[in-house]
Ligand binder design. Structure first.
Ligand code: AMW
Length: 167
């Protein structure tokens, strides 16, 4: 696996992640902004990033001890920085570990979402928002898959802002 200086792209299941999307990396993990953050479907502004192992691994159980430790240390650091940056007071860390748990991209990833008082009327609605299968919301807003994708320019701009937090 190449270092962040020489990485042409990061693997995310079948997808290639442009380094412009990635705002923090170690030799085993990376943190990226989201192509379709759950906020696209919600009235409130939600920050929604992902922390992934660099190696393409489908399930948490298949990570080595070093990768597991590094993934969570990275998630902890990223969550902490974003919570302060957005003046939030809590964090949702979620893994959908396998297709029956809602995993749509077969590559381990921790969803990280800074949380604030009153962001959802019912707190656990966050899990519907994270879930790629929230067809109901999608139908209500009449959004197709393509319209939910953000441009590289938008994602790069968000990542540029976060990168400063880790320099
Ligand atoms: W899962 O339903 O597998 O727990 O979550 C997959 C997540 O990956 C979703 O939040 C989705 O928006 C995000 N995603 C899918 N493709 C990309 C991509 N190319 N870059 C960044 N995020 C992506």
């Amino acid at each position: 696996m190449s270092t962040s200086m020489t990485t042409e792209y990061y693997q995310f299941g079948p997808h290639k992640i442009d380094p412009k999307q990635v705002f923090y990396s170690t030799n085993l993990s990376y943190a990226t902004v989201n192509l379709r953050p759950c906020s696209i479907l919600l009235p409130l502004h939600f920050v929604h990033v992902l922390v992934c192992p660099r190696r393409e691994v489908k399930r948490l159980i298949d990570l080595s001890a070093d990768e597991t430790s590094d993934l969570w240390l990275t998630a902890k650091k990223v969550g902490g920085q974003l919570e302060s940056f957005y003046m939030a007071t809590s964090l949702t860390f979620t893994i959908q570990d396998g297709p029956r748990a809602g995993q749509s991209v077969p590559h381990v990833h921790v969803h990280i979402i800074p949380r604030k008082e009153g962001d959802f009327e019912k707190n656990d609605e966050i899990y519907d928002a994270i879930d790629e299968r929230e067809k109901e919301l999608k139908r209500k807003l009449d959004l197709d898959e393509e319209r939910r994708d953000r441009s590289m320019e938008e994602m790069a701009q968000e990542a540029d802002g976060y990168r400063l937090l880790f320099s």
